[in-house]
Design a protein around this ligand. Sequence first.
Ligand code: 13P
Length: 265
Amino acid sequence: MQRTKLVAGNWKMNLLQSTGSALVEAFLQKVELRQDVDVVVCPPYTLLGRLREELRRSHIHLGAQDVFWAEEGAFTGRVSPKMLADLGVSHCIVGHSETRGRFGKLETAENTLGFFAETEETIALKIRALFFHSIEPILCVGETLAERQAGQTEAIIAKQLEGALSGFDAAELFFFVVAYEPVWAIGTGETCATEEAERICEFIRDWFRTKFGDPDLPDHIRILYGGSVKSVNAKELFSQPNIDGGLVGGASLDANEFAKIVASA
Ligand code: 13P
C-alpha cells in the first residue's frame, strides 16, 4: 500500500522568536507543498505559539519535541499534552535519544543524565497521554555506536519498541509513526548507509507484524529515518520501500536544505 511520506524537522534547542519566524518564512517561500507529503516542524516549546500563527495559512503541521504525561498539576517545568493540544500541536516526538539522555556528542556523567533521562515506561505513558489528545507521537528508537559494535542493534530496537508499545492494541497503532535514529549518526554528519537504514526500517515493520499479528497493521505504520539527513542523501533514503520519510535535525534549520529534503520525498 502507498503510505503518505512524512518529513519532520526537529529544531532541538535552537532559534529565538526572530530567527525562528525568519526561518519559517523563508521555508514557506521555497517549499513546494504537495498532498502526498506531510511536513511537520518541531520548534522548542518557546516558539510553538508564534509558529502556530505563522503556519496557520500553510499545510505544515506543528510538532513538539517532548511532553509530560499528566494532564496538569504540581510538575514544575513540565508541559502537558493538554497544553500542546491547546496550541494546535498535532505531532510530538517521544523517546528521542537526547531525551533518553543518550547524547552523541555531549560528554556528561551517567549519573547526571539519569536525573532527566526518560525510560521505556515514561515513553509508554507519554504515548498514551498523546493519544488521549489526538496528538500523533513520533517514537524514536536507535542504538549507540557501542551497541552496534557489540552486535546488539536489533535487540536494542526490539526492546525499545516492546517497552514503549506492548500495552497497546493493534487498533490504536494504525498510522503510528516510528523514527529509526541511530545515535551515532545524529549530528555527526555520518549517515547510516542506505541499505542498512532500509534493513533496520524493515526490521521495525516486521516487529509490528510479529508482535501484533494483524496483517494490515505493518503496512500502515510510517517509519522514518533520522541521523544526518541532508538534501544530498534524502532522495536515496526516501526511495527505499520501508523508509517513509525523515526526521531531520541540523538540516531543518536551513530553509533551502529543508525545502530540498521535502522535495526529495
Ligand atoms: P541531525 O539531522 O542533526 O543528525 O539530527 C537528527 C535528529 O536527531 C532528529 O531528531
